[in-house]
Design a protein around this ligand. Structure first.
Ligand SMILES: Nc1ncnc2c1ncn2[C@@H]1O[C@H](COP(=O)(O)OP(=O)(O)O)[C@@H](O)[C@H]1O
Ligand SMILES: [Mg+2]
Length: 328
């Protein structure tokens, strides 16, 4: 399939600081592509360059085969956007919100009412058409934002963290709607901090950290980066962590990573049997084990392997607002 978005060596600096660092990737027509990364990774900066809201420091972007820098207007007509902050007009009703955009997008007068009506249905907001958007829940506002971004029926839809802050229920409703839009033929580029979202929703994904693309592929391809075996996860008391890490290294040759009280190490296929021996060793050493288990690699394991820190640690919100070194 054709590449509808092609990004080549894209870099954006703010002064001395490099927010997006030499990223190259392609998005195929018809796919749902996820840019996964913690807060401050460079996701919004990338989206803003695609929208020509920011000019790249270097690198090129092609939209539908045309170089963006020379074809702003043409490219913009192909792209719909839902920004990170929900920006529905609080004082306008659902209908008025959509009507405003129908005018902005120059949707032909004759078609406007029909499109708006369908959009309200799609967002499951028909009964709320004359209520002010400011009274809506977060999930309802996002749904309104999503159908609003779709009003001009763009070929490409850019969704910047469409589900951040939504509860599980609303998140899964958004996923369903995003899938439906995609089935109608819209290529979707979304950004997310949620591993589960990238894993379940996206055909392909890129992991971005500190402005760099550190992994790219289908979810299962990317997960293979963590290893072909299983991930050993051990939780012990903080004071025992270093001891366990070095025991795993010296006695089993494992390259273990620790973050707070959790230790992870990949057991390649030929080493999976050692799980029992590791358990026994910890018992012999009289180290209290709070939990121990083996699981198939997740995207978080990939992130740990590539960066030494967990995605969940890196993006504060997931740990109930724990202070996060990466937040700037
Ligand atoms: N206009 C700006 N001026 C200076 N630094 C910026 C600006 N915009 C973003 N940054 C910095 O660039 C980095 C990436 O930001 P952003 O793309 O918003 O990350 P994300 O969307 O992944 O959370 C952050 O460290 C942010 O503080
Ligand atoms: Mg952002």
């Amino acid at each position: 399939m054709a590449d509808i978005i092609k990004i080549e060596n894209l870099t954006r600096k703010f002064g001395d600081f490099t927010a997006v660092n030499n990223i190259s990737l392609s998005i195929k027509e018809g796919e749902i592509f996820g840019l996964l990364g913690p807060n401050g990774a460079g996701k919004t900066t990338t989206i803003n360059m695609l929208l020509t809201l920011l000019i790249p420091t270097s690198g090129k972007i092609y939209i539908d085969g045309f170089e963006l820098a020379e074809n702003h207007e043409r490219a913009k007509q192909l792209m719909g956007l839902m920004t990170q902050e929900t920006v529905v007009e609080a004082d306008l009703t659902a209908w008025q919100n959509l009507d405003l955009f129908a005018h902005l997008y120059h949707i032909p007068e004759k078609e406007q009412a029909k499109r708006i009506y369908e959009a309200l249905q799609e967002a499951d907001l028909t009964n709320f058409r004359d209520k002010k958007a400011g009274t809506f829940s977060g999930g309802m506002q996002r749904r309104l934002g999503l159908v609003r971004a779709m009003l001009q029926e763009p070929k490409i839809l850019l969704l910047d963290e469409p589900t951040t802050g939504l509860d599980v229920q609303n998140r899964s409703t958004m996923w369903t709607r995003i899938r439906e839009l995609n089935k109608k033929g819209t290529t979707i580029l979304l950004t997310t901090q949620y591993l589960e979202e990238a894993d379940e929703l996206c055909d392909r994904l890129g992991i971005i950290d500190h402005g760099k693309l550190i992994a790219l592929g289908t979810p299962s391809e990317v997960k293979r980066i963590a290893g072909s075996g299983k991930v050993l996860e051990i939780t012990v008391n903080l004071q025992d962590v270093q001891k366990v890490v070095s025991l795993l290294k010296t006695k089993f040759g494992l390259n273990a990573t620790a973050r707070t009280e959790k230790i992870t190490a990949v057991l390649e296929k030929d080493k999976e049997d050692e799980f029992a021996s590791i358990s026994a060793m910890l018992e012999r050493q009289k180290i209290p084990v709070l939990s121990i288990g083996l699981h198939l690699p997740t995207l978080d394991d990939v992130f740990i392997k590539l960066t030494g820190a967990g995605m969940r640690d890196a993006s504060g919100e997931m740990q109930g607002g724990r202070t996060n070194i990466r937040w700037r």
